[in-house]
Design a protein around this ligand. Structure first.
Ligand code: ATP
Ligand code: MG
Length: 492
């Protein structure tokens, strides 16, 4: 009976008491035990009125109960809607409302905010009658009739380009994604996959479904670099899903264990420096490009491919087709840049109750990602960034990632965010927020200007430069609005 779920200890090694407690109370769970628990949780959910087609919100941290609930809703034919626990009531309430929840399941920490959301609430930590203490499972409750096109999970996008959109993923989307991912990564039932990413993100919930579909073990781990590194070693993880910022932090505190066979890196572009660094250290890096609307991965590179072609996200996955289109919607040949369009069985059904946004998102070749990139002659995908991030200055287009890469090559620059700023003369001009490698660094705007003049055409030169930490969203993408605001301040 294979291991289904392991909860890694989130305490630090200085807290011995908590560590022992965790070890005692949270042993690993086998697949048959998981199956029984899921039946019980499904039975309890059924007594709360959850059935086929119900919408169940999930407002809790990465804990075993969340995994049980994800599987229990699936067993009932209900739709699970994982929500971020980091939101304020004014952010959360409209999202709860838009998702038409029939029930919102919370935990002790999120209960105060959940009860203000005007939907029925149930806590997994309720001391009296917990959602988890259940009568014997009612077999009839857990016997849904699935159609492949039925919705299974609804997730909000990260909201990088505007208000988050509510993506409806079907049973087929999630299952085909798991199969295609396992095919590319060579996943076996003996694998133990670790997921430190939040469950309300595609990258965080995908491993939960993948584990049961591929029959692997799942390690729920904390996001703090040291405990995460401990969890990876202690539980001999063979795979981990991670975003670039977190991987950089992990590598700065220690070495990844030898048991790791797949480091699936996505959610945001990885710097060439990080890819090189991983190549040098033998980290089995699999850079991936994906999104909520595609039920996670679209393309994924294998380690040898990633090191030989730094910056590529590899070939599209099995069953997924990538087309690059020009501004008029016509397909482009290899090596020509345009919008990345994706089709295949993993692509979402729709944005929930938003036929306008859904209609706008699809074209003759599939789902319009809003990202710019190209396919090379070997069918490898290269992602430049978002279409909306392209800077148009004096009628010429500037790719912000090209400028950022040049800036990051400067020995005293650790990270760079490049954005377009409104400009009376040129329409837009290039602005750069730079993070120094060392706080005492003497590099200034004048140094950067002469450095860039030697390397970039004049329309690509950053006209406004300032220094500071690069603000990022949870998934690690640059928060461009904040960058623009900082550059606006620097300009005046
Ligand atoms: P919203 O759609 O609300 O603006 P979002 O697009 O950030 O938010 P997600 O679905 O979480 O929401 O993120 C998908 C996006 O992340 C992709 O469209 C792409 O821009 C970016 N991304 C993912 N992986 C990569 C990668 N390897 N390289 C570059 N960008 C990536
Ligand atoms: Mg998006």
């Amino acid at each position: 009976d294979a291991t289904a779920l392991i909860t890694a200890d989130s305490s630090t090694s200085t807290d011995m008491r908590a560590e022992t407690e965790t070890t005692n109370t949270r042993a690993s769970v086998t697949y048959s035990a998981l199956n029984e628990t899921v039946d019980q949780v499904a039975a309890r959910l059924a007594t709360l009125g959850v059935g086929h087609g119900s919408h169940v919100g999930l407002l809790m941290s990465n804990r075993p109960e969340a995994v049980w609930l994800i599987h229990a809703t699936m067993r009932l034919g209900a739709v699970v809607v994982p929500l971020s626990t980091e939101q304020t009531l004014s952010e959360l309430a409209p999202r709860v409302e838009r998702a038409d929840l029939d029930l919102l399941v919370c935990e002790r920490e999120t209960e105060p905010i959940a009860v203000d959301c005007s939907v029925p609430v149930s806590s997994v930590d309720d001391g009296n009658v917990s959602l988890m203490d259940s009568p014997a499972a009612d077999e009839s409750a857990a016997d849904p009739e699935w159609k492949p096109t039925d919705p299974l999970v609804m997730l909000y996008t990260s909201g990088t380009t505007g208000q988050p959109k509510l993506v409806v993923l079907t049973v087929r989307n999630v299952f085909t994604s798991a199969v295609a991912s396992a095919d590319r990564l060579g996943v076996l039932p003996t694998d133990r996959w670790c997921s430190p990413l939040a469950l309300h993100h595609m990258g965080g919930i995908a491993p939960v479904y993948r584990a049961v579909i591929d029959g692997t073990g799942l390690i729920l781990a904390p996001t703090d670099p040291k405990p995460l590194l401990n969890a990876l070693s202690q539980h001999e993880a063979t795979g981990v899903s991670i975003v670039p910022v977190l991987l950089e932090r992990l590598l700065s505190v220690g070495t990844l264990p030898d048991s790791l066979r797949v480091v699936l890196l996505g959610g945001a572009p990885a710097s060439n420096e990080l890819i090189e660094h991983c190549g040098d250290r033998g980290v089995p890096l699999h850079p991936t490009y994906g999104m909520t609307e595609a039920a996670s991965q679209i393309a994924t590179a294998r380690p040898s491919e990633a090191t030989a072609n730094p910056g590529t996200v590899g070939r599209p996955l099995f069953m997924t087709t990538v087309t690059i289109i020009d501004d008029d919607g016509y397909p482009l040949p290899p090596n020509e840049r345009g919008e990345i369009v994706v089709s295949g069985p993993t692509i979402m059904k729709q944005y929930y109750r938003d036929s306008k946004a859904t209609g706008d998102a699809f074209c003759a070749h599939g789902f319009r990602t809003g990202d710019i990139g190209y396919l090379d002659e070997d069918d490898r995908l290269w992602v430049d960034g978002r279409a909306g991030d392209r800077i148009v200055t004096g009628g010429k287009t500037v790719d912000p990632s090209e400028v950022a890469n040049v800036l990051c090559d400067h020995p005293e620059i650790a990270d760079a965010a490049v954005v377009g700023l409104p400009d009376a003369e040129w329409g837009e001009c290039v602005g750069a927020l730079l993070e120094q490698t060392d706080q005492d660094s003497s590099v200034d705007a004048a140094t950067i200007e002469s450095y860039c003049r030697a390397r970039l055409a004049s329309h690509k030169l950053p006209r406004v430069v300032t220094f500071g930490a690069i603000p990022r969203t949870e998934s690690g993408t640059i928060d461009r609005e904040v960058v623009r605001a900082r550059l606006d301040v620097a300009r005046t």
